[in-house]
Design a protein around this ligand. Structure first.
Ligand code: PMP
Length: 288
């Protein structure tokens, strides 16, 4: 691949892009990120991703590297330079390079935040074969830190979760808290559907506040669907009519198996299928 990537103010061929070994993103996972999908060359939910980035930065006292307008220009420039039709833009902001390793945050007046963006081509975002089939998930203990509402690059446990799923012959994993309640998926928010009601965990520090979640719940309400924001157990999910996950990369993805239990008919259900259609249609309309 020969992408043009953005690194700290420059657009460079990916082989020439460099970040310091002292960058705190590399040494400490002292970094936050966003992933924005691109459909038809346009950005989906860009305002939401910017707002969440601001929130993540604020919660970590990390300085902002650019205004929303500048971020939009950089995103658009990368889409244009890399000819992205359907794909994603990954953005990462780090606390920067203090020139040494130290646990204490550097003075933001001296050390500027670092910023990297790159594109990923994903031709099957909409016509994703997984969405037609539905995916299988396993349940695993949620062993992440307590501020999952901040979108940091500490993704080791979610990566381990994906590997546990793969080893078990499944596609993904759902995290379960010590109280037996599902928090979310490794990289998505989790939902069940029972008697026409859409059930998903309420927002708190326990889960990432998904941008896709917000959009899907809005579309569901507009379509007169009933939404219940509350926690559920794996047992309740196994007995549900449908299950699904949402994320900026997967949109609305039906879940047809949880551990050893088939959910509903074992095929993508009508609610998840309809929400996926609405999400793609409305997102395309609102894309910038
Ligand atoms: N939860 C977690 C843990 C995630 O990593 C993600 C995706 N980054 C989500 C939920 C979904 O968020 P979004 O809809 O903004 O992609």
């Amino acid at each position: 691949m020969n992408r043009i990537v953005y690194v700290n103010g420059d657009y460079l061929p990916e082989g020439e892009a460099r970040v310091s070994v002292f960058d705190r993103g590399f040494l400490m996972a002292d970094a936050v990120y966003e992933v924005t999908s691109v459909l038809g060359g346009k950005l989906i939910d860009f305002a939401g991703h910017c707002a969440r980035l601001r929130r993540s930065l604020g919660e970590l006292d990390m300085p902002s590297p650019a205004s929303d307008d500048d971020l939009l220009s950089i995103h658009r420039e990368l889409v244009a330079r890399n000819g992205i039709v359907d794909g994603q833009i990954y953005l990462q902001v780090t606390r920067g390079n203090p020139g040494d390793r130290d646990f204490a945050f550097p003075d933001p007046a001296i050390v500027a935040p670092g910023m990297v963006l790159f594109t990923q081509v994903k031709p099957n975002l909409v016509e994703n074969p997984d969405a037609k089939r539905g995916i299988a998930v396993i349940s695993i203990p949620d062993m992440r830190w307590g501020r999952r509402d901040i979108k940091t690059t500490q993704l080791l446990y979610p990566s381990m979760g994906k590997m546990m799923a793969k080893k078990a012959g499944a596609d993904d994993a759902w995290f379960v808290g010590e109280d037996g309640l599902v928090t979310e998926g490794t990289s998505n928010n989790a939902y069940i559907v029972k008697d026409g009601r859409i059930i998903t965990r309420a927002l708190s520090n326990d889960i990432l506040h998904g941008i896709t979640r917000a959009a899907v719940l809005r579309f569901a309400a507009e379509a007169q669907m009933v939404v219940e924001e509350r926690s559920f157990t794996i047992a309740e999910a196994e007995a549900a009519d449908e299950a699904f996950v949402t994320s900026a990369s997967a949109f609305v993805m039906p879940v047809v198996k949880i551990d050893d239990s088939v959910v509903g008919t074992g095929k993508p259900g009508p609610v998840a299928t309809r929400l996926r259609e609405i999400y793609v249609e409305e997102s395309r309309k609102a894309a910038i």
